[in-house]
Each structure stands twice: as C-alpha cells, then as structure tokens.
Design a protein around this ligand. Structure first.
Ligand SMILES: Cc1cc2nc3c(=O)[nH]c(=O)nc-3n(C[C@H](O)[C@H](O)[C@H](O)COP(=O)(O)OP(=O)(O)OC[C@H]3O[C@@H](n4cnc5c(N)ncnc54)[C@H](O)[C@@H]3O)c2cc1C
Length: 386
C-alpha cells in the first residue's frame, strides 16, 4: 500500500493545470487536482475570447515542437468531444492565422523565418495583395508583408478547459474545486499540501497556479501585468469582419507595438488588443479581485482604429481585463526548481500559453514520470536566471 494520499498533486486548474492533470491521468498516474475557485472562473487567464495557436513560433525554436504536439492533442480532444457530445461548440478550429509587418520585423518576418526553419507551410503576400484579400486592414505600409499560416487555428478556452478536465476525470483523476492550497510543505520524499481545512500528502506536486505561483513558491522570477482585451461592434452588419475576411491576426505597427485580434465569431464582436511589448503593462496583484475597467484600458487602441481597422465603433462594446504572467525573458518556466524531485513548476504562460497547454501538460507528464521528453525543455528551466 502506498504511503501517499496521491502519487501526484496538481495545484491550479487553469489551462496548464487541466492539461497536466489530463496528460498525467491518461498515463495511469494517480493524480489529484486542486483549484481554489470553480473550474473555468474568470479571475485567472484561461477564459474569455478565443486564443491563437501558431506553429511558426518566432519567439524560440523550442516552442515549435511544443506547438506541434499541442495541435495534435487539441485535434484528438476535439474528435473525442465530437464523438461524445455532438452539437457542442468546437474547442479547436484550424482556421489559419495571419501575421502582418515588416519582412525584417518580429511578427511577419519572425513568422516567416520560423516557418522556413521548421518546415511550417506558409504563404506570403505583398501589402497590396493584403489590401485586396483582407481589406479591413488599412494603412499597411508598402514595405510590409502578410504571412498566412494555414495550419494555425484558434482554441476556445472554456470548452477546451472543460474537455481537458472531463478527459482527466474519465482517465481516473480526482478534481477538488473551491480548494485553495495555502501551503506546500516539503516532507521527506514528498510534500504535504494544506488547505484551510485539511491536508494531503503526495510524492510530488505540480504547481500550475498562474499569476499566483510566486505565492506558493517564493523567489520564482515571474511578473504579472494587466491585460485588457476589447470587443468592438461593426458600424454596419456583415461588413467584412467575418473570420474568413478578418482572420486571427497579429500586426506589427510602425512604432513596434503589436495589434492583434480576431473577427466576429458566433455572436461575438470583433476582439482587439494592443501589446506594447515585454515589461509593459501595469503590475497586477492576482489577489486583487477588482477587474473594473477605465478608458485608459482601451483609449490607445480605439484611437488607432479609424486608420488601421476602419468600420468599427470606436467605443468598445465590452472590455475584459485578464492578466499576463511571464519570466524576464518572456518565456515560461517549466521544470524542477533546484532539481527538487518533489516539485515541478509550470507557469508564466504569457500571452501565448493557452494554445500550448496540451504540449505543456505532456511535458509535465514526462517530467513527473521520468520519461525522456522528445522536446528539449532546458530553455524553460526555472533555474535559468540563477
Ligand atoms: C486577453 C488575453 C489574450 C490571450 N491570447 C492568447 C492567445 O491568443 N494564444 C494563447 O495561446 N494564449 C493567449 N493568452 C494567454 C493564455 O490565456 C494564458 O497563458 C493561459 O491561459 C495561462 O494559463 P495558466 O493555467 O498558466 O494560468 P491560469 O489560467 O491563471 O490558471 C491558474 C489557476 O491556478 C489557480 N490557483 C492559484 N492559486 C491557487 C492555490 N493556492 N490553490 C489552488 N488553485 C490555485 C487559479 O485560481 C487559476 O485557476 C491570452 C491571455 C489573455 C489574458
């Protein structure tokens, strides 16, 4: 009989924790997941508008195999959902993705370089061809290009999270919601996890608490900032913002900022956000549950619209404030801090983490079971800043 209440415990069931739970349970690991709120709540990062999945990842070559594996697993989960819950909304759609910007820039140029380096099929077109194909993007300088990645797609966070948790439970995982872990106590050969009312022992713990990670593991080099995302109504209905005409995109502006978003989906308005770059944004304490919005959250973006994306109201119909957590180099952290065999940490998913969740969950399962990972993970080591 085992001396542990669970072989592995996962703390935090956002996208990364749910994926870790799913991939661990599907290997037969005795695993329990804890979530301090309800599954799919709106105070973390894994809710709201659809998330882009791109294979041609310019940020680091190591992200490409993770993205490829994630896509395979999303497709697998989507097929399972189709079989078991026909009529339910799709969690992953391979609808392609667009990158716009200078050829030597980080968005279109970066995508093109990553695609060439990793054999990801893309099509490129000039600024004038872009104006013809996607006329809602205006004011694109002549020296900019468009890069179309047909294998890219979008993930819907809520159904995706539900599907991963369901798959985890079907494979034997236990899920405890409204269960906040207040302390991770290191004990010989394992950990004792404390909630306000009980404690549980496990041989190892996977910490996937997003913006709350530093509270559980002090010293992790992660920073969290506010991340507003606005939804704009079309001035006229059916005016070229459907997903085919105005697909998920990232567009590098002349001042280096990145405008990104996607067209109308179902009954949703057009989603848009402006990314100033790493290190920008207001620091955010995740314990602060105030997600109220001010004009400061959307006015810079709205000012750009008439010149860059005309045809939308310039006051958003809705603004939601999410959070973005990242390490100083903009990457994630994934690994065993200090080589501790009792702890795995996976977090700092930044603005690209949701789509990568299944690949991350798989990498966590490799680490937890001592299986050599086919994907090199050293570049994500939590100790790389020491
Ligand atoms: C506006 C916006 C747009 C984005 N666009 C994209 C995109 O296009 N593509 C993409 O791939 N990604 C995108 N992202 C990023 C992506 O959503 C995040 O990287 C991802 O959701 C992070 O998941 P996570 O599981 O690490 O964190 P979270 O979702 O925050 O999950 C952490 C969980 O841990 C729980 N928790 C914390 N502390 C405890 C505790 N002590 N005990 C128990 N539970 C605890 C929390 O309640 C929470 O549920 C976007 C993010 C935002 C905000």
């Amino acid at each position: 009989m085992t001396r542990w209440d669970a072989e592995t415990a996962v703390v935090g069931l956002g996208a990364w924790g749910a994926a870790a739970l799913w991939r661990l349970a599907s290997r037969g690991v005795d695993v329990v997941g804890f979530e301090r709120f309800t599954a799919g709540h709106t105070l973390g990062s894994s809710h709201g508008c659809s998330r882009m999945l791109r294979l041609a990842r310019p940020e680091h070559p190591g992200l490409v195999p993770l993205a490829r594996r994630s896509k395979e697993l999303w497709e697998q989960l989507t097929d399972t959902e189709r079989d078991t819950a026909s009529g339910r909304e799709s969690l992953f759609t391979a609808c392609g993705g667009l990158a716009i910007g200078p050829e030597d820039g980080r968005v279109a140029g970066g995508t093109l370089r990553a695609a060439r380096a990793h054999g990801v099929p893309v099509r490129t077109f000039t600024a004038s061809a872009l104006r013809f194909r996607h006329p809602r993007h205006t004011g694109v300088p002549r020296r900019h290009i468009g890069v179309w990645e047909p294998s890219a797609g979008v993930v819907r966070p809520e159904p995706a999270l539900r599907a991963m948790l369901t798959a985890a439970e079907q494979a034997g995982a236990r899920v405890a919601t409204d269960s906040r872990i207040t302390q991770v106590e290191h004990i010989p050969g394992g950990v004792r996890l404390h909630t306000p009312h009980a404690s549980l022992t496990a041989r190892q713990v996977v910490l996937t608490a997003g913006a709350w990670l530093p509270a559980l593991l002090p010293g992790l080099p992660l920073q969290t900032v506010r991340m507003p995302l606005a939804r704009f109504r079309e001035l006229e209905t059916d005016s070229g913002f459907d997903p085919e005409s105005f697909p998920s995109f990232r567009r590098e502006l002349d001042d280096g900022r990145i405008l990104w978003g996607s067209g109308t989906q179902d009954t949703q308005n057009v989603s848009l956000a402006l990314y100033d770059g790493m290190g920008e944004g207001k620091p955010f304490d995740p314990e602060d549950t105030d997600r109220s919005v001010s004009a400061e959250d959307w006015s810079d973006l709205a000012r750009l619209l008439p010149a860059k994306v005309p045809g939308l109201e310039t006051v958003p119909a809705r603004v939601a404030v999410g959070t973005r957590t990242h390490a100083p180099d903009g990457m994630y952290v994934l690994g065993r801090p200090g080589g501790d065999p009792r702890v795995i940490v996976a977090g700092g998913a930044g603005i690209h983490g949701l789509a990568q969740a299944p690949g991350i969950g798989e990498a966590v399962a490799d680490l937890a079971t001592g299986t050599p990972s086919p994907v090199p993970l050293d570049f994500l080591s939590p100790d790389r800043f020491n």
